[in-house]
Design a protein around this ligand. Sequence first.
Ligand SMILES: [Zn+2]
Length: 234
Amino acid sequence: MADNNAGSLYSTTVIDKDFYAIEENGVRCFLIVGEDRALLIDTGYGNGNIANYIMRITDKPVTLINTHTDGDHIGGNNLFEKIYMHPAEFDYYSQKNNRKPLPIWEGDVISCGDYSLEVILIPGHTPGSIALLDRKHRFLISGDSVSRVPIFMFNQGRNMYAYIASMKKLRTFKDCFDKIYTSHGELVQYPSIIDELIEGAEAVITGNVEPENPPRPLPCKLYRYKNVMFLIRY
Ligand SMILES: [Zn+2]
């Protein structure tokens, strides 16, 4: 079956053995290949067929996990049989997709080949956002919640107070990882960004950051604090 010019839409970066980043027009998904299955983390905008694309890398059956369910992370979900996410995300997901997802919970460890991903619930960006921690390889997959591109904190379900609490929770795991693989912007961030995000988010909610116009027409303002940014409707 043709793959809708997937070759030009997607690109792959090898991060480590059996661990790949797959980019689609500014959003990043991750693929881990094990002996008898592969794990796909997010599915992008869905402008191409990511299921066909990843068959260039693996023919193993794919288990899909969503870090959260903003449109740029779930576009290819319907190409996969089983879709896992934190149940705090189910309501938001059901507004956009009538497939029934399956639950993963905080503390669950999802193993695939040499990798073991531990689920950490980090609400704030969305109610059921998760990060995935591999203690052996010392990395964190953060979804949108950790990034140097503006973090979307407007629209339904966003909560700056929950976000700050979640970043403080991630900070308690800081000794467990050296790298953070993010969904937008640079592939790699480092644990010190978490302190910047906490400081920035606290400065925003206490009114200590001057709002700027957003980089494109959006119903919100841009709040820039040092090297992190938030988009908020204040
Ligand atoms: Zn995103």
